[in-house]
Design a binder for this molecule. Structure first.
Ligand code: PLP
Length: 447
C-alpha cells in the first residue's frame, strides 16, 4: 500500500483523466484488460524504449503494449514506411503488391505456413483459424487448454482463467464462460485439457475424437506468465492430431516472431497445421494473420454459391490494409533481422540474470523464466506448468512489485502477474541495468 500511495502522489493527472474518461467509456478504458486499481497510467506519448505519462513521468517500457512492440516505439524505419504509405492511400480493398511484401516473410519463417490471410487482430486470427479447422474437418468441437487466453470472441472466453472454486477437478474441468452475454450453447463445443498434460488431450480424443476439429494451443503459454512446454508435450500433440485427423492450431499471437523468427514452432521444433498471428508481426500497427498448410487454407471460400460461401468464409473491410501490410513487411524484413534476435536475447538473458541475483541476495521466494526476448518473474518457488499451478503465485506481492517498479521509472510488464516482459530492439544494456537496479532497490523494501 505504500507503493500505491506513492503511485497516487506521482500520477494526479492520470487520476483526474481516469475520472473524466469513466464518464465517456465504460471503466474509462477501451479494452477491459486495461482497467486496474486505483487507475491506469494514462499515456501522453511513447518513443524508443520509453513511455511518457500525462504527469510527465518517463518509464522504461518493458510492457510494450502487451509485447506487441518488439521493434520498440516509433521505430524510424517503420514510421518512415507507414508515413510514405499514407500518401499513397490508407486503404485499398483491392489486391496490391503489399500483400506479397507482407506474406512472403511469414511464409519464409514458418514451415507450416504455405498460404496466409491477413486480419486486424489476434482475436480474428484465432476465430478464423478455428472456423477453417471446422470447415476442413466437418467437425465442431475444439480442444483448448484451461487457463489460456485466445482472444475476445465467445469460445475463447470459456475457462480463460476460471476462479478455482468454479473450475471443478483438473481431470474434468467445468467449462466456465468468463463473460456475461455468451450463449449457453458456446461452452458445449469447447473441450478442456491441461497445458503440459498430453494425456489430458489424449483422453478427450479417445472419448470425442470424431467430433473434434482442432487442438488449439499456445506453444509456450504466455498468459500464465511464461510457461514452457515440457519435453515431448508439443510433439505428442502433433502425433495425436495426426492420429485423430484433427487440425493442430498454434496460437502464436504472442509467441510468433518473438520466441524465435519463426515463433514457438521454430523454437520448439514442432510444426502445427495452422498458425494464428498478430501483435509483434506488425510492430504496433493493428494487424493479424492466419496461415497454414495449403490444403487447409485453400478451404477458405473462393466465391459464393447462391449467396453461400463455398468454403470457410473470411471477410473484412480492413483485412490486409496497406498501412498494416507495410508495417508487417518492414518489421519482418528490415527490423527483426537475425542480429536483432541475437541482441534482444542477450539483453533478455542479462535482465533475467540480474533478477536472479537480486532474488538470491534478498532471499525472495521467486523464480525467473525466459525465452528469446521474453521473460517473467513469478513470486513463488513452486514450478508453474499448468493453470492449476497458478494458485501458488503470490498475486498481492506481485501487485506491490508492479507498482513499486512504476514508482522507480520502470514498467516491468503489462499490468497483471500473468504477463511477461519484452525486450525490444531499441532497449540498451544501460536500460536493462537500470531495470535491474530499480528491482534491487525495490527488493530491499519488499523482502
Ligand atoms: N491469443 C493470444 C495468445 C493472446 O495473448 C491474445 C491477446 O493478448 C489474443 C489471442 C487476442 O489478440 P488481440 O488482442 O489482438 O485480439
Amino acid at each position: 500500500s505504500r507503493e500505491y500511495d506513492r503511485y497516487r502522489e506521482r500520477t494526479p493527472n492520470s487520476a483526474a483523466m481516469a475520472d473524466d474518461l469513466r464518464e465517456l467509456v465504460p471503466a474509462g478504458v477501451c479494452s477491459t484488460f486495461r482497467a486496474y486499481d486505483p487507475y491506469p497510467v494514462h499515456a501522453d506519448r511513447a518513443a524508443g524504449a520509453s513511455l511518457y505519462d500525462v504527469d510527465g513521468n518517463e518509464y522504461l517500457d518493458f510492457a510494450l503494449n502487451n509485447g506487441t512492440q518488439l521493434v520498440g516505439h516509433t521505430h524510424p524505419k517503420l514510421s518512415a514506411g507507414v508515413i510514405e504509405q499514407i500518401d499513397r492511400g490508407t486503404l485499398y480493398t483491392r489486391p496490391n503488391e503489399l500483400i506479397e511484401f507482407a506474406a512472403e516473410p511469414l511464409i519464409d519463417r514458418w514451415d507450416a505456413i504455405e498460404r496466409v490471410r491477413f486480419t486486424n487482430s489476434g482475436t480474428e486470427s484465432v476465430m478464423h483459424a478455428t472456423r477453417l479447422a471446422r470447415a476442413y474437418t466437418g467437425r465442431e468441437k475444439i480442444i483448448r487448454m484451461e487457463g489460456a487466453y485466445h482472444g475476445a470472441h465467445d469460445p475463447a472466453l470459456v475457462s480463460k482463467m476460471p476462479p478455482l472454486e468454479r473450475a471443478g477437478p483438473a481431470s474434468d474441468p467445468c467449462r466456465v464462460a468468463e463473460s456475461q452475454g455468451i450463449p449457453d450453447s458456446v461452452p458445449d463445443d469447447v473441450l478442456l485439457a491441461q497445458y503440459n498434460d498430453a494425456e489430458s488431450v489424449e483422453r478427450l480424443l479417445r472419448e470425442h475424437g470424431r467430433e473434434v476439429a482442432a487442438i488449439l494451443v499456445e506453444p509456450a503459454c504466455l498468459n500464465l506468465g511464461l510457461v514452457e512446454p515440457v519435453d515431448g508435450y508439443l510433439e505428442r500433440l502433433r502425433t495425436l492430431a495426426d492420429e485423430y485427423n484433427v487440425v493442430l492450431i498454434f496460437d502464436e499471437v504472442k509467441t510468433g516472431v518473438k520466441l524465435a523468427p519463426g515463433g514457438g514452432a521454430e523454437y520448439y521444433g514442432v510444426q502445427p497445421d495452422l498458425v494464428a498471428l498478430a501483435k509483434a508481426i506488425g510492430g504496433g500497427y493493428p494487424v493479424g494473420a492466419f496461415g497454414g498448410r495449403r490444403e487447409i487454407m485453400d478451404r477458405i471460400a473462393a466465391d459464393l454459391d447462391e449467396g453461400v460461401a463455398t468454403g470457410a468464409a473470411h471477410y473484412g473491410t480492413y483485412n490486409g490494409n496497406p498501412l498494416a501490410l507495410r508495417a508487417v513487411g518492414i518489421t519482418l524484413r528490415d527490423v527483426l533481422t537475425d542480429e536483432a534476435y541475437d541482441r534482444v536475447t542477450d539483453l533478455a538473458d542479462r535482465l533475467a540474470a540480474g533478477y536472479r541475483d537480486v532474488i538470491e541476495d534478498e532471499g525472495l521466494e521467486a523464480q525467473v523464466t525466459g525465452v528469446g526476448s521474453q521473460g517473467m518473474v513469478y513470486f513463488t518457488e513452486e514450478p508453474i506448468r499448468t493453470f492449476r499451478d497458478w494458485a501458488a503465485v503470490d498475486e498481492p506481492f506481485h501487485e506491490a512489485y508492479w507498482f513499486g517498479m512504476l514508482n522507480r521509472g520502470v514498467i516491468p510488464h503489462p499490468h497483471d502477474a500473468s504477463q511477461q516482459w519484452t525486450i525490444s530492439v531499441q532497449h540498451t544494456a544501460d536500460e536493462i541495468d537500470a531495470h535491474v537496479d530499480a528491482f534491487a532497490d525495490l527488493a530491499t523494501h519488499l523482502a
